[in-house]
Design a protein around this ligand. Structure first.
Ligand code: MN
Length: 490
């Protein structure tokens, strides 16, 4: 891998924002001084790592405080430096960012499991405080994964697994798909090297086999769209190895995966997306089941695009992903795309967006406010947030994200506490179902409520799996009990 120097970092940051160069340089000198006696597992000077982390952040157009925090992210954890000193020499924001990414080590009753759990909890809930902490942590992990070859086999597998369990879902939730894809593929390579090799080979062969054909297709599509006044930029993409693997383990054959070959169509505005779709469908026959309009109904991490799979030339299945340049930036960078959009205040916009638009954010807050034990918290986020989720619809067509195994009663509580408490019946895809009915992807759910008829009962607890539903049912029963007690006393 090419070595990133401090000068390259400085140049990179200057390329997108004017800033106080001395401050960045001071941070570099400060970190170099504290890390001077340390080496990476590769034998290189330790400072290479923070410089790379800062550089990756700069490639995302991160604000200067975040880049500096990237340079300083390991000094408090690994050296004699302190948060107080960082605040004095730099500023409060940088202190708070560095604090967020610093592991807790001093613990009264510290067994390893508890310590790991509390550290992961600290990272995950830092999203509530300042989303930039998660981003620094993700980039830190990314650089460590890129350089994992120098670690022992045991360490490699441990890190790869932890990355898939914790960091990949986090990256997914904030829409940082570029980081997510790279983390997944590296982890997969360490966890299942031979399978990784097999699938990569098949993928490489497919690329060789189809390159000419696809280049011809690009020319044809661009020509057609240009003739009709739609300006576009096209890119060829092949599904990455880990995503192919995920399809294969759910019973797909490599040959029949419908979106291995993808052509991205980038347009200036939304109208051109639909026009492009129309013209593409005119020359290639679409497969109805694979058409998705994520522009009208974005994914829960704010991803927007039109997807259509068509019978392309040579009868190959080709997926077209059609979106605007703005949507493309969100598709790649997610929440961090605000760094490209706003010079200042990007962080405030990120926070607003998280609170208003990202569904998992509320679930995360709910878990954090109700579960005290760190190990239980870790188990629950893995089950509820990080395992594969299902997506169902409300009657008004809103997409609701729930953990796998969630029931209609979980759905009701997810909509609103009152909807859960007053649920009397549920209708899924036009059929009445029981309270413990387990929802599936794409289900259309209607909850019927009656404020007078029913109240939550203890056995409802057996019909739910989400923390919110469990808490609300327990809460209701407790309040009711207290009321009854009072009444009896009177
Ligand atoms: Mn680090």
């Amino acid at each position: 891998m090419e070595t990133i120097t401090y000068n390259a970092l400085e140049k990179k940051v200057l390329s997108y924002t004017p800033f106080d160069v001395h401050k960045l340089r001071r941070a570099y000198i400060y970190a170099s001084k504290y890390h001077q006696d340390q080496k990476r597992a590769s034998g290189e000077p330790y400072i290479i790592h923070p410089v790379n982390v800062a550089y990756i952040l700069a490639m995302m157009n991160a604000d200067v405080d975040t880049v500096i925090a990237g340079l300083l992210h390991d000094v408090v954890e690994d050296t004699e430096s302190s948060l107080e000193e960082i605040e004095k020499k730099f500023n409060k924001t940088i202190r708070s960012l560095v604090d967020g990414v610093t592991k807790m080590t001093k613990f009264s009753s510290s067994n390893k499991k508890e310590l790991t759990a509390s550290n992961i909890r600290k990272i995950v809930v830092s999203l509530v405080r300042d989303p930039r902490i998660i981003i620094i942590k993700l980039v830190d992990r990314l650089h460590n994964m890129r350089t994992l070859e120098y670690k022992s086999l045991e360490k490699q597998q441990e890190k790869a697994l932890e990355t898939l369990e914790i960091y990949v879902p986090l990256a997914y939730y904030i829409g940082a798909s570029k980081i997510k894809d790279e983390l997944e593929n590296i982890s997969f390579r360490y966890l299942k090297p031979s399978l990784y090799g097999d699938i990569s080979k098949q993928r490489d062969d497919l690329i060789k086999e189809t390159t000419n054909l696809l280049n011809d297709t690009l020319v044809k599509v661009v020509g057609l769209l240009k003739k009709n006044g739609v300006k576009v930029k096209l890119e060829i993409r092949y599904k990455d190895t880990y995503s192919i693997y995920k399809k294969i383990i759910t019973n797909h054959k490599f040959e029949t995966i419908h979106d291995i070959i993808c052509i991205k169509v980038l347009t200036k505005n939304i109208k051109d997306c639909y026009l492009a779709l129309m013209y593409i469908h005119e020359i290639y026959t679409p497969i109805n089941n694979y058409f998705k309009d994520y522009i009208a109904k974005p994914k829960t991490n704010m991803y927007k695009s039109l997807h259509t799979t068509v019978f392309g030339p040579d009868n190959r299945l080709i997926q077209f992903q059609i979106r605007t340049f703005d949507m493309e930036r969100v598709a790649i960078y997610g929440l961090t795309s605000y760094w490209f959009k706003y010079k200042n205040n990007a962080c405030i916009e990120m926070q607003k967006d998280l609170e208003n638009n990202f569904q998992f954010f509320k679930s995360l807050k709910e878990l954090d406010s109700t579960i005290l034990d760190n190990i239980e918290f870790l188990t629950r986020i893995k089950q509820e947030l990080f395992s594969s989720n299902i997506y169902v619809y409300t009657t008004s067509g809103e997409v609701i994200e729930l953990p796998n195994g969630a029931t209609v009663l979980d759905f009701a509580y997810k909509i609103h506490t009152d909807v859960g408490n007053n649920m009397v019946a549920a209708i899924v895809n036009n059929e009445a179902v029981s309270f413990d009915y387990v929802l599936e992807n794409q289900d259309r759910v209607r909850i019927i409520t009656d404020p007078n008829a029913y109240v939550p009962k203890e056995e409802w607890l057996n019909s739910v799996i989400t923390t919110k539903a469990k808490n609300k049912i327990t809460e209701y029963m407790k309040e009711n009990q207290e009321k009854e007690d009072k009444n009896t006393k009177n």
